[in-house]
Design a protein around this ligand. Structure first.
Ligand code: HEC
Ligand code: HEC
Ligand code: HEC
Ligand code: HEC
Length: 426
């Protein structure tokens, strides 16, 4: 018995350290290398070719795609708009485009001593904000002998690795202990932020080709795998934020971690009574949009684990409201999340695409507490699954109807959403 347990323990430690390997990676903004600036990457013979090249391993037109079509190029310019001026004024900032609070996500805001001669903050979210400071790989990555692995050893951020990619995107599209679009920033007029790794991966115009060369050297798994890993990483990062920003709070915890509409609704709405919440009336619910998809994932790989995860979430809601034993509840949740992560690392989730659509549709068709963020996650998941099984065309009209229920967050009617989900045929 003891031997079996020791073996299992070792096994899980090995698995977990593998799963967590990327946590050792430092995000580009905080790693020690200098950032030499977009201009360094952009020459016509490097990544600034107007046409895609065939003869080389990468197309070399990455700069052109980014500068013409990628929202990240405009992220700094956004800080100069009237909306940003008004946000800055509400927050008492001199302006938005010089405030770290904004630049941390809207630009490649590395420490001043890590900026090379050609670095320009107004390039917005530039190449090195995602690929890492190029000081240590700029000269070696063009060697004939260079491989993706050797580039990573030289300091290139492993953005092809789905976990490392999720961590990178989520650092700005969800937040970290260092930076967050918190309730002050939201209250000042910042739009709500939502994210799903696979959807956003496709929304950002790709400046890479998933061709044979690419697949041979880099991670090139399916949408479904990317989505699954994105869900697990978003949950992990949300738990980290709750731990940092809620448990160590002064008078008020960080309100952006709660369901916005738990507070922002009319007093005549009977949300609590209608919702079947397990919390006492008048409680503020955590925003659990980054957790609800875990149940569907667990449902198709291990139903006992689904139950365990549900219990962890219920407990988290409860202890957060009481303000007691939050750390213990978070650790338990994290442990179960790690178990789920181990179960999905073998890629077997691919065999469960049909079951997943069914489970997600079925669960969101009967959920009473479905808030806007959770509904949005459910629909993005269904869209991804229909696309990746080649059935999107057949359901285009249904998807339009479903997206229509999400068109205005302030007018979101969960009853209408669940009715559309129940009308899904197939
Ligand atoms: C350094 C911060 C940062 C990182 C890292 C980052 N983003 Fe962004 N992203 C932003 C900001 C800021 C915007 C909004 C830009 C604007 O409109 O001003 C944005 C916008 C986007 C948009 C456009 C959204 C829309 O509503 O049109 C997509 C898609 C996107 N990001 C995907 C990604 C993906 C995928 C990753 C990871 C590979 C990623 N981002 C990494 C900061 C970041
Ligand atoms: C944690 C990262 C983060 C921080 C901090 C942050 N933003 Fe943003 N901001 C984003 C992302 C991501 C988006 C894009 C949201 C989307 O479309 O999905 C965005 C969008 C915006 C938009 C809307 C852009 C558009 O195209 O409609 C404005 C305006 C804006 N941010 C201004 C600011 C200002 C001003 C600050 C500082 C007070 C700030 N942001 C701080 C991440 C951040
Ligand atoms: C918001 C994050 C982000 C930004 C900004 C960004 N990239 Fe990328 N880039 C990615 C991701 C994600 C991939 C796909 C995963 C990978 O291959 O590492 C990628 C892939 C690449 C590749 C590999 C192409 C291939 O076919 O193997 C090159 C080269 C590249 N980017 C260059 C650039 C350059 C040059 C810039 C700036 C002009 C830039 N990237 C800006 C996220 C980004
Ligand atoms: C615990 C309750 C609570 C939660 C949860 C909450 N808010 Fe608020 N919010 C408030 C309060 C209180 C104010 C100040 C309202 C006032 O002065 O009238 C406020 C103000 C705002 C304002 C400014 C509106 C105004 O009238 O000045 C915006 C915008 C806002 N919140 C957005 C959000 C978003 C987005 C979320 C979710 C990410 C959220 N809030 C979550 C309680 C909450």
């Amino acid at each position: 018995m003891i031997r079996i347990r020791t073996y299992l323990l070792c096994l899980s430690v090995v698995c977990l350290s593998w799963v967590r390997g990327v946590e050792a990676e430092q995000l580009p903004q905080y790693a020690p290398q200098d950032h030499l600036g977009v201009a360094t990457c952009a020459s016509g013979v490097c990544h600034g070719s107007v046409r895609a090249r065939e003869a080389t391993a990468v197309s070399q037109n990455e700069y052109v795609i980014w500068s013409r079509r990628d929202r990240h190029r405009a992220a700094y310019n956004t800080l100069l708009t009237d909306q940003s001026k008004s946000i800055a004024k509400n927050l008492g900032l001199k302006n938005a485009h010089e405030a770290d609070m904004c630049l941390d996500c809207h630009a490649d805001n590395v420490a001043v001593e890590n900026r090379g001669e050609r670095f320009q903050i107004d390039d917005g979210v530039g190449c090195e904000a995602c690929h890492g400071g190029s000081e240590t790989y700029i000269s070696t990555h063009v060697d004939d002998a260079a491989t993706h692995a050797s580039n990573i050893e030289d300091g290139l951020y492993p953005s092809d690795d789905p976990r490392a990619r999720a961590k990178l995107c989520l650092s700005c599209h969800l937040g970290t202990s260092e930076k967050m679009a918190n309730h002050n920033i939201m209250g000042a007029g910042h739009p709500r932020i939502s994210f799903e790794l696979d959807t956003f991966n496709w929304l950002q115009p790709a400046h890479y080709n998933l061709d044979e060369d690419y697949r041979a050297e880099k991670w090139a798994g399916s949408s479904l795998e990317l989505w699954t890993i994105g869900q697990v990483e978003a949950a992990r990062q949300t738990l980290g934020l709750i731990k940092d920003r809620l448990n160590n709070a002064s008078l008020f915890p960080e309100l952006a971690l709660f369901d916005c509409h738990a507070c922002h609704h009319s007093m005549s709405d009977q949300r609590w009574a209608a919702g079947g919440s397990s919390l006492p009336p008048g409680s503020v619910r955590l925003n659990d949009a980054n957790f609800v998809m875990l149940f569907s994932i667990a449902n198709v790989v291990d139903q006992n684990l689904e139950q365990a995860l549900r219990q962890s979430l219920a407990k988290l809601h409860k202890v957060v409201n009481k303000g007691q034993n939050i750390d213990a509840a978070i650790s338990q949740f994290q442990q179960r999340l790690d178990e789920l992560d181990v179960k999905i690392t073998n890629g077997s989730i691919k065999n469960h695409a049909d079951a997943l659509v069914k489970v997600i549709i079925e669960k969101s068709g009967r959920s009473k507490m479905l808030d806007y963020g959770s509904a949005e996650q459910a629909l993005m998941a269904v869209d991804m699954l229909l696309s990746s099984t080649g059935m999107r065309q057949d359901y285009a009209a249904w998807l339009d109807k479903a997206y229509d229920t999400l068109s205005d967050e302030n007018a979101f009617d969960s009853g209408r959403f669940t009715r559309v989900m129940r009308s899904f045929k197939g």
